[in-house]
Design a protein around this ligand. Sequence first.
Ligand code: SAM
Length: 313
Amino acid sequence: MQAQDRHIPVLLQEVVNFLAPERGGFFLDGTVGLGGHAQALLEGGASELLGLDRDREALALAKERLAPYAARVHLCHGLYADFPSYLAQLGWQRLSGALIDIGVSSMQIDSASRGFSFLSDGPLDMRMDAECGESAQDLLKEASFERLRDILARFGEEPQAEKIARTIVRKRLESPITSTAQLAQLVEQCYPKKWRETARNHPATRTFQALRMVVNDELGQLARFLESILSYLEPDGRLVVITFHSLEDRLVKQTMQRWSRGCLCPPYLDHCICGHTPEVRLLCKKPVQAQASELAQNSRAKSAKLRAVARLK
Ligand SMILES: C[S@@+](CC[C@H](N)C(=O)[O-])C[C@H]1O[C@@H](n2cnc3c(N)ncnc32)[C@H](O)[C@@H]1O
């Protein structure tokens, strides 16, 4: 089976419905990954699509998959938060639609050499762009006890954050922590035996997620993207964001709510003096989540939350 076939795009029909590619125009897929959503947008009528990804391996697979649409596709290695500079290179002023589907792809998770998973042993890397930045291994080597504890608590909501951070700092004095199996075992030992026997998830799940988010500055990328995307959407231009983490979803929710608000005056004023008008229409009041039929095919979709807006005229 090819890697493209192993990665099933999440909430595919919902993405197409909200982005409405049949209107034509320019579309951005900021996390093109293995090209599943991009393919559906191109098939659905998008005139041209810019696909970005920070992972060269993913881009190569997307290029293969999207070869039938090559004349309408521009694929670039880069960060989605830097999208304005890629639009400028293409001479695109406005977008009909933009999508980011943030998280790791099945290909990244399944590849032991990338170090994202505790299920198979590999080097503790976790960089989506294997060419730059600090790896998880470097982070575990350099970070202070306080920083490690805070990372695990904030990004992993890890109840044993303090104990795990303390154990990492102690163990690394004996020998460097360089493999996924080493870290998974270390975390496991921080949990009481009884918990380990009854828990639904591996005890290292939260630790791996937290380190991955920091290594790839995932929240920072999202914040930067949200700061600029609105001004690039044409009237009725659509934005769809799919997240897999509560901190990310909260940021998307609060940002979209702010954009959709009218008057921002304090409630004690009896008439509006700010003149603020809504910039977007929310396309869904609550986050859209995968239905049982999709979950039966793709358990990864379980934690996906989709939010969407349309730019007002
Ligand atoms: C969940 S996958 C996307 C799958 C894709 N929608 C599809 O249908 O195949 C997420 C992808 O986003 C990429 N990615 C994550 N953060 C990124 C960023 N800040 N800039 C560019 N690409 C990013 C990852 O490398 C990964 O390939």
